[in-house]
Write a protein that binds this ligand. Structure first.
Ligand code: AMP
Ligand code: MN
Ligand code: MN
Ligand code: MN
Length: 282
């Protein structure tokens, strides 16, 4: 199985690199990528563990861009994590995340649902290479007894349109494409079924997005068929992965249940090569 969308404790996942690789092996995944939000902090540890287990590991990232008030999640693959221009962008985005979590916590306090935001902020300042976001706030709301589950915390407080939601400050999709491209990688549009703006896909392709994430744990068969047809009509490649965030993340486990077919993976790799990407593993 091939899974190109996974998270670790470097962002909002609950798997450490060791636990993730153990889980990947147990699920029968042979080719995988780690795509933490706005950080590459886990990549070198995971790459070392993957090599030890004979697994193929593609360096990845999920960057939250913004367009017309909507978060647009973009997956970057096979870039050089040490590239300075990419690193500069990621530092800026992680700093904006810390500010945003502080603002969300302020709203929660006003709403009578205070959380221990100081410990979240201290952890983020101690380890600035890791990113924080709403899932950690949701877990803090559960810990403080203000919500029974992570889902309830999003539904009541944190989701778009809910009272503690704070608009993200981020860069455009074109800026993300330029940072990933400058680091030698390619960009796929994450979970278009969650974005629900199919009408933006042609525009995103003109901005340099070269693949669509057709396979994702939130997509049903109808979504897969629709996005495959859209990818074909746009002449872009297909990516896919579970988006598993680990046990205790408050989301149903999906590792090993969603994968990218081998033919699509090979086509994605050819697409990367055509775009001058030289970091894709054999
Ligand atoms: P942020 O990066 O702070 O905008 O938080 C977005 C992340 O929250 C996503 O990557 C998901 O992991 C998670 N998320 C978004 N919506 C929900 C939800 N309704 N329930 C649980 N997790 C969610
Ligand atoms: Mn996430
Ligand atoms: Mn996402
Ligand atoms: Mn994700």
């Amino acid at each position: 199985m091939i899974d190109l969308h996974l998270h670790t404790t470097a962002s909002d996942g609950t798997w450490t690199p060791e636990q993730l690789v153990t889980g990947v092996v147990a699920a029968g995944v042979q080719v995988f990528s780690v795509t933490d939000h706005d950080t590459t902090a886990a990549l070198s540890a995971v790459a070392t563990l993957a090599a030890r287990h004979g697994l193929t590991f593609v360096p990845g990232i999920e960057i939250s861009a913004i367009h017309d008030g909507h978060d647009v999640h973009l997956l970057g693959y096979a870039f050089d994590p040490a590239a300075a221009s990419l690193d500069d962008l990621l530092r800026t985005l992680r700093a904006a995340r810390i500010t945003r979590v502080g603002e969300i916590a302020g709203r929660l306090a006003d709403l009578g649902a205070p959380i221990d935001v100081a410990s979240l902020e201290h952890a983020a300042q101690r380890q600035p290479e890791r990113s924080i976001g709403r899932p950690q706030v949701a877990r803090a709301l559960v810990a403080a007894g203000h919500a029974a589950t992570v889902d309830e915390a999003f539904d009541r407080f944190l989701a778009t349109g809910r009272p503690a939601h704070v608009t993200r400050r981020s860069v455009s999709p074109a800026d993300v494409v330029s940072a990933i491209g400058g680091a030698g990688g390619i960009v796929s549009l994450a979970h278009p079924g969650l974005l629900r703006r199919d009408d933006w896909v042609p525009w995103l392709v003109t901005q340099g997005v070269v693949a669509l994430e057709v396979y994702h744990s939130s997509h049903d068969r109808g979504d897969e068929q629709r996005y495959r047809a859209l990818a074909e009509s746009m002449g872009v490649a297909v990516s896919g992965g579970s988006d598993d965030h680990g046990p205790a993340s408050g989301r149903p486990p999906s590792l090993g249940t969603v994968g990218l077919p081998r033919d699509d993976y090979e086509e994605l790799r050819r697409c990367a090569r055509r775009h001058g990407c030289c970091q894709w593993p054999e």
